[in-house]
Design a protein around this ligand. Structure first.
Ligand code: C2E
Ligand code: CA
Ligand code: CA
Ligand code: CA
Length: 278
């Protein structure tokens, strides 16, 4: 028997071996790509539903494998988590995103997004030097702490420990924290009372319910009240239609992102730049 990532014992099969080898190969390719510059950061607008303006952007990493072409982050982030490369890759993403915001400010002034939202994986968050790395990048790029928002998952901070300490340190420094994919992990509303969180990102699966026949927007409706009561900002994710956007507005949502407003692209901010090939 072999150990699965969840810790439970699973039947040992040749397929498992092959999968482990494939992951190892992918991990080695990630290492080379980090040195060769095969990664890119793209940005998806976060919209204020009251005036449809872009208030912020979420940074999302892209990998063009030298042989296989584009590989989805859903496929390679877990591999980078497992082999530890996420620490170096994540630092590169954070630095690239912060530089990008600083550049927008230089060229666009007050038309630049107010903040940049960066995903941080559990392993990265629990790395002891993480808060210092983040503060170093802010100093280096001249951004104030409020210009950065860090997206973490409920699962990453559920167990407490170093990850929660990191969140507390960053929050004390003025960096805001978002809980990503809210409602899909080991969620407990109690977490919101013990960990300093500023933003809840309402998962796409709940937004999808709005337009599913026979379902109502029960959860998105409940969550906007939770956010109001706890003075948290709610950002609805994965908004794909005007109907969903209208409904969210009706329910009192102020912030949303999704393909309806814009896909992640190299530059969604600079006028006319978004048409350039990625
Ligand atoms: P996430 O953080 O929940 O990011 C949102 C994902 O949903 C992105 O996929 C985005 O392109 C996609 N998305 C946005 N709007 C829509 C929509 O309207 N419809 C649909 N169907 N999808 C939409 P992406 O970029 O493939 O990333 C997938 C996941 O990989 C992310 O989920 C995040 O968990 C992880 N990831 C991506 N970039 C990074 C990164 O820079 N660092 C870390 N640690 N994780 C990342
Ligand atoms: Ca995210
Ligand atoms: Ca999300
Ligand atoms: Ca997600």
């Amino acid at each position: 028997a072999a150990k699965a990532s969840g810790g439970q014992l699973v039947e040992y099969t040749p397929e498992l071996d092959e999968r482990a080898e494939a992951a190892e190969r992918l991990g080695a390719d990630l290492r080379h790509s980090l040195d060769d510059g095969d990664f890119q950061v793209v940005y998806q607008p976060i919209i204020d539903l009251r005036d449809d303006r872009t208030v912020a952007v979420e940074a999302l990493v892209r990998w063009t494998h030298p042989v296989r072409g584009p590989v989805s982050p859903a496929a390679f982030i877990p591999v980078a988590e497992d082999n530890g490369l996420i620490v170096e890759l994540g630092e590169w993403i954070m630095r690239t995103a912060c530089r990008r915001l600083a550049d927008w400010r230089t060229t666009l002034g007050s038309d630049a997004p107010l903040y940049i939202s960066v995903n941080v994986s559990p392993r990265q968050l629990s790395e002891p030097g993480f808060p210092a790395v983040v503060l170093g990048i802010l100093a280096e790029t001249g951004l104030e702490p409020a210009a950065l928002l860090i997206e973490v998952t409920e699962t990453a901070i559920f167990g407490g420990g170093t990850a929660v300490e990191a969140v507390e340190t960053l929050n004390r420094a003025g960096i805001r924290i978002a809980l990503d994919d809210f409602g899909t992990g080991h969620s407990s509303l109690g977490l919101l009372r013990t960990v300093p969180v500023d933003v809840l990102k309402i998962d796409k699966s709940f937004v999808d319910e709005i337009t599913e026949p026979g379902r109502r927007a029960v959860i998105v409706d409940a969550l906007i009240h939770v956010c109001a009561g706890l003075e948290l900002r709610a950002v609805a994710e994965g908004v794909e239609t005007a109907e969903q956007a209208d409904y969210l507005r009706e329910l009192g949502y102020h912030y949303a992102q999704g393909y309806h407003f814009g896909r992640p692209v190299a530059d969604p901010i600079t006028p006319a730049a978004e048409t350039l090939p990625v």
